[in-house]
Structure formats: structure tokens, C-alpha cells
Ligand binder design. Structure first.
Ligand SMILES: NC(=O)c1ccc[n+]([C@@H]2O[C@H](COP(=O)([O-])OP(=O)(O)OC[C@H]3O[C@@H](n4cnc5c(N)ncnc54)[C@H](O)[C@@H]3O)[C@@H](O)[C@H]2O)c1
Ligand SMILES: O=P(O)(O)OC[C@H](O)CO
Length: 333
């Protein structure tokens, strides 16, 4: 049994905490709001994200980050990408714990992946840092539906340790040492899911969505190769697996956000109507910047940025993508 702190009690933090309990660990959840802590500790519920789900009675919650992390062997970071730096800056991590990032985003302004933010803020060596990614829609995980996942760390031993800690009867993690590819896959698929959602919202069918998913995978792979990722990662769970799950599922916040855009609502309207984070809305700009800095063409990401940042109508985005110069499918220059 390991002591695990899950820092963040949103959808994924809560669902993953449940998985960690199922895997036999002693799990403490950090929530910002005391009411959430009380509900977890006394009613075994998270009223904000899973009001109808009974959480394991062994799961406890606190609003004190240091209490949550006290003597933890593993600290799981389950806050949004754009707040991770600020959160980490205010926390004192346990001496020897491994840190596992769940966030799927790229930091605005710096272009850093989440493991890079963790290393920069905490000074931890790479072998104490891991990331978790793959096709893991939190509601399905919370219902204990079967799923596979990827734990990536540059140190295989670290990935294997975390794999062992979170392997439950319904959750099957694989290891990978390609942290760059795993994080880029997780962050960029959110932007492609926004584009797929827009296509759905505009009323287009499966040909359109399959085309965006497939060309989206080409973009993710192109960017990954330029940034030093292993191309094989993108045909695995962190690449195609997560892309397909996110782009196909009405449970995905990114796809749903895109769908609303396709129906004509504005970014501000949609963002104002949900407490849930759709990471692609912020990360798209950072990912476009990474592409530009490395000379990588990312037409779908670029098109999403124009809709999100400039308010371009999604219909124009489609026309623009279709009017691009014809090219061979495998011309990846
Ligand atoms: N939900 C999923 O299915 C899922 C699956 C895999 C990965 N992820 C990733 O996990 C990360 C967290 O997502 P989520 O689904 O739990 O999001 P969420 O929107 O459900 O919850 C976010 C949590 O962060 C908290 N939060 C917001 N601003 C904060 C701040 N400034 N400081 C501290 N906490 C803050 C919220 O109160 C909430 O508890 C994201 O990067 C997401 O892409 C989500
Ligand atoms: O709901 P989304 O769009 O943030 O996607 C959730 C997960 O990343 C799917 O693996």
C-alpha cells in the first residue's frame, strides 16, 4: 500500500483518486473548498463533479495542501495546466515522493509541457517526475468501466513504480519513457477535439470527423517529431487512443466546447456556462507557438486558434482548411 496525495478534486482528480483507492492505496484528496472536503469525508461524495457517485469510504479529503501531501509516496497533480505553476509554487512537496502530472496542456507564454513546469518550479530531477495520459474520460473511469492508460517517465523504474501503484482491476496502465510524445499527444488532441466538435456542431457527419481526426494525428506526429518525440508513441494510447476517445465522445469537454462553437455560441458564452476546464481552448495558442518556433505547419491547430482568438466563424474555418493547396497525404515536410 502506498500513501498517495491527489492535489485537485475536479473530475479527473476525483475519478483517479477512486481508482487509486481501488488499487489498494491510502489516498488523500486536496480540495480548495471546505464544503467539498466535508462531503467527501462524511457523505463519500463530490457534489460538484459526481453528485451521484459513491466514493470509497477510505478516501479522505482536506483543504490543507501540506496535510494532503504529508508522508505521501506519490503526489498526483490534478489541477488545470494554466494554474499548475502557481499551485506548485505555494506547496512544499514531501522529500522523496514521486510527482505524477495528470494535466493535458501546454503552458501559455512559456510553451512548457507540464513535466517541464514541475521540474522548473520544484527543482526535482526527471527520475522523480511522471505523467499520466491516454484515453481516460473521467466519468467512465469513475463508473469503473475498463480502460488502459500510459504512465510516462524518462526513468523506466519510476514509470513502473507508478504503474504498480495505480493498476486496479479496471484500470490498466502501460509504461513509456517518451515523456515528450506522451505530453504532446495529450495536449494536442484537445485542440483537434475542438475542431471535431465544431464539425459536429456545424452538422457535418462521420466523413468530416474522421478526416479531421486523421489529419489531426498527422499534425500531432509532425509536431512531436520536431520536438524530439518517438513517432511510435502517436500510434499508441497517448496518441491515437486518446485522440479517438476524446474526438468521438460526447463526454469530452473539448469536443463539447467545439460543438457549441459550431452551433454559433461564443467562447465567452460557453466558458461562462461551465465550471469544467476545456484545456484546448488555452493550449491551442501555446501549441501554435511551438509549431511556429520549430517550423512545423499545423493547419488544424491554426484554424482552431483563429476561431478561439479572433472569433472567426467555424464555417469559415472549414472553407479555409478545404481550400488549402492540394498535397500528397504523406508529405510531412
Ligand atoms: N476529466 C477528464 O476526463 C480528464 C481525463 C484526463 C486528463 N484530464 C486532465 O486533467 C486536468 C484536470 O482536469 P479535470 O477534468 O479534473 O478538470 P475539472 O475542470 O473537472 O477540475 C479542475 C479542478 O481544478 C480546480 N482549480 C481550478 N482553478 C484552480 C486553481 N487556480 N488552483 C487550484 N485548483 C484549481 C477546480 O476547483 C477543480 O477542482 C486537465 O489538464 C485535464 O485535461 C482530464
Ligand atoms: O473531457 P476532455 O476533453 O478534457 O478529455 C478528457 C480526457 O483527456 C480524455 O482522455
Amino acid at each position: 500500500m502506498s500513501g498517495v496525495a491527489v492535489m485537485g478534486s475536479g473530475s479527473w482528480g476525483t475519478a483517479f483518486a477512486l481508482t487509486l483507492c481501488d488499487a489498494g492505496n491510502d489516498v488523500r484528496l486536496w480540495a480548495r473548498r471546505i464544503e467539498v472536503c466535508r462531503a467527501v469525508n462524511t457523505e463519500h461524495r463530490n457534489p460538484d463533479y459526481f453528485p451521484d457517485l459513491e466514493l470509497p469510504p477510505t478516501l479522505t479529503a482536506t483543504d490543507d495542501p501540506q496535510r494532503a501531501m504529508a508522508e505521501a509516496d506519490l503526489v498526483v497533480l490534478a489541477v488545470p495546466s494554466q494554474t499548475l505553476r502557481q499551485n506548485l509554487t505555494g506547496w512544499r512537496l514531501p522529500e522523496t515522493a514521486v510527482v505524477l502530472s495528470l494535466a493535458k496542456g501546454i503552458e501559455l507564454g512559456t510553451g512548457r509541457r507540464m513535466s517541464e513546469v514541475v521540474a522548473e518550479v520544484t527543482g526535482l530531477p526527471d527520475e522523480r517526475i511522471a505523467v499520466l495520459t491516454g484515453p481516460n474520460l473521467s466519468h467512465e473511469i469513475a463508473e469503473r468501466q475498463p480502460a488502459a492508460s500510459v504512465i510516462a517517465s524518462t526513468a523506466h523504474e519510476t514509470a513502473a513504480l507508478v504503474q504498480k501503484i495505480c493498476h486496479s482491476p479496471t484500470f490498466r496502465p502501460y509504461t513509456n519513457t517518451d515523456v515528450i510524445g506522451c505530453e504532446l499527444g495529450g495536449a494536442t488532441k484537445n485542440v483537434i477535439a475542438l475542431a471535431v466538435g465544431m464539425a459536429v456542431g456545424l452538422g457535418f457527419g462521420d466523413n468530416a470527423t474522421a478526416s479531421v481526426i486523421t489529419r489531426g494525428l498527422a499534425e500531432i506526429s509532425r509536431l512531436g517529431r520536431a520536438l524530439g518525440a518517438d513517432p511510435h508513441t502517436f500510434s499508441g494510447l497517448a496518441g491515437m487512443g486518446d485522440l479517438v476517445a476524446t474526438c468521438s465522445s460526447p463526454l469530452s469537454r473539448n469536443r463539447s466546447f467545439g460543438e457549441e462553437l459550431g452551433r454559433g455560441r461564443s467562447v465567452a458564452e460557453i466558458a461562462g456556462s461551465t465550471r469544467q476546464v476545456a484545456e484546448g481552448v488555452k493550449s491551442c495558442t501555446a501549441i501554435r507557438a511551438l509549431g511556429s518556433a520549430h517550423g512545423v505547419e499545423l493547419p488544424i491547430v491554426e484554424a482552431v486558434v483563429r476561431v478561439i482568438e479572433n472569433g472567426e466563424p467555424p464555417g469559415e474555418m472549414v472553407a479555409h482548411l478545404l481550400a488549402r493547396a492540394a498535397r500528397p497525404e504523406r508529405d510531412e515536410t
